[in-house]
Design a protein around this ligand. Structure first.
Ligand code: DX5
Ligand code: ZN
Length: 223
């Protein structure tokens, strides 16, 4: 089976003073999605952006906007974010006691519905909705900040996530987020992931466009 590789640069690491140029550069470099980290300062100890910035990105790029909501009561934002241009909305199971209802609502609004969990949270939290998900995100760092070190146990969790999706006959995207770099991407790809968020590794590279290609190549050649 050929798995499509997606590289999703994280907006968190972009230079907001030259957002237009950064987004154009990512598009030119062949990025597949733009990963948008929404943090509310409550679910995670950091505050980032909301609907206004999603709308701004939508106007500046054709890249699908992959919105990762690290917020409590995520359902409060579904309508506004989809209206602003969110293509995927991924919510944390720790903040979603009615995960099935919330996933269905995201789909009803026309966006792809994703679920994710902190590194310490079990995959069992998504098993019952696996066939309803469009995307399953494995956090390979504790959410809240860019530039953290990849947690090695995440590779085995990606492999278990692959099994959960396959057992549910789910075609969901399997995405990994946190500390993805040339050193960590291949193991995640081999474990069954297809979509990779990259913040620090990409934006701190001398040539971010070449880095997108390098990360992609590390998957393609070693399937
Ligand atoms: C962490 C965020 C990530 C982060 C990834 O809370 O969810 O998307 O921006 O950045 P790096 O690749 O620097 O770990
Ligand atoms: Zn993220």
């Amino acid at each position: 089976m050929t798995r499509k590789v997606r590289i999703a640069p994280s907006l968190l690491s972009a230079d907001f003073g030259k957002l237009r140029e950064d987004l154009a550069m990512l598009e030119e470099g062949g990025a597949d999605w733009l990963h948008v980290d929404v943090m509310d300062g409550v679910f995670v100890p950091n505050l980032t952006f909301g609907a206004k910035v999603i709308e701004t990105c939508k106007a500046l790029t054709k890249l699908p906007l992959d919105c990762h909501l690290m917020v409590v009561e995520p359902e409060k934002y579904f309508d506004a974010f989809v209206k602003a241009g969110a293509d995927t909305i991924t919510i944390h199971v720790e903040a979603a006691p009615h995960l099935h209802r919330q996933v269905m609502r995201i789909k009803e609004l026309g966006a792809m519905a994703g679920a994710t969990m902190n590194p310490s949270t079990s995959l069992e939290t998504v098993r019952e909705v696996a066939s309803d998900l469009d995307l399953l995100l494995i956090m390979s760092v504790n959410p809240g900040f860019g530039g953290q070190k990849f947690i090695p146990a995440s590779v085995a969790k990606v492999a278990r996530a692959r099994t959960v999706l396959d057992e549910a006959r789910s075609k969901a995207v399997l995405e990994v987020d946190g500390g993805i770099s040339r050193e960590t991407i291949t193991a995640c790809w081999r474990a069954g992931a297809d979509t990779f968020v990259a913040g620090n590794a990409l934006f701190s590279a001398k040539d971010p466009k070449a880095e997108i290609a390098a990360l992609r190549a590390l998957c393609a050649v070693q399937a």
